[in-house]
Design a protein around this ligand. Structure first.
Ligand code: IMP
Ligand code: MG
Length: 182
């Protein structure tokens, strides 16, 4: 598994420090309010776990399974189950994803919540954002790190469901991407 990594971008300790900073900002921005964090699975499960433990506000956590990716490419369409989300009427909602790539996922989900949820506010938070031009434009309200347009794995992010358990975030070697599946 480690031999498939081209280079490490962020070590566990760097990630935790940045996650703490994000949490501090969120705690400050939502002071005196309650928050509902809605995390998109599977990619954001580790980010969510670390982030939520640094949140000092009264918070509810919801998770949704969402996917727009197959292998290393975005399919451009979203698949998700919308039945599980509880009533968000008059709540402040923070949507959590692992990475902002083409923006299909975050934009699609934000629009869906804006239409369906009757929330008081809807903001977005991602751990990573790729440095690419996005059309249509979407930016996350909270963002951990900006990275180049490379395929990364670890700290919850996968390639064909593998590598989520790596404690760091690293770039996958092209051989590992091209290798025939077993
Ligand atoms: P988007 O919809 O193109 O913005 O892609 C966002 C989703 O694709 C994320 O929630 C990830 O699950 C997945 N994804 C995008 N880029 C990467 C990557 O570099 N590594 C692993 N997953 C990625
Ligand atoms: Mg994901």
């Amino acid at each position: 598994m480690f031999e498939d990594i081209e280079k490490i971008l962020f070590r566990e300790q760097d990630i935790l420090l940045r996650v703490e900073e994000l949490a501090r900002q969120i705690n400050c921005d939502y002071e005196g309010k309650e928050l509902v964090m809605v995390a998109f699975l599977n990619g954001s499960f580790i980010f969510l776990a670390d982030l939520v433990r640094k949140i000092s506000l009264p918070v509810h956590v919801e998770c949704m399974r969402v996917s727009s990716y197959e292998g290393v490419g975005s399919t451009g369409s979203l698949k998700f189950e919308d039945k599980e989300i509880q009533n968000l009427t008059n709540r402040h909602v923070l949507l959590i994803d692992d990475i902002l790539d083409t923006g299909t996922t975050l934009k699609g989900m934000k629009e869906w919540f804006l239409q369906k949820s009757r929330a008081l506010s809807i903001r977005t938070c991602v751990l990573l954002q790729k440095r690419i031009a996005r059309t249509p434009l979407i930016e996350a309200d909270y963002m951990g790190f900006e990275i180049e347009n490379e395929f990364v794995v670890g700290y919850g992010l996968d390639y064909r469901e593998y590598y989520r358990n790596l404690p760091f975030i690293g770039v996958l070697k092209s051989e590992a991407i091209d290798r025939p599946q077993t």
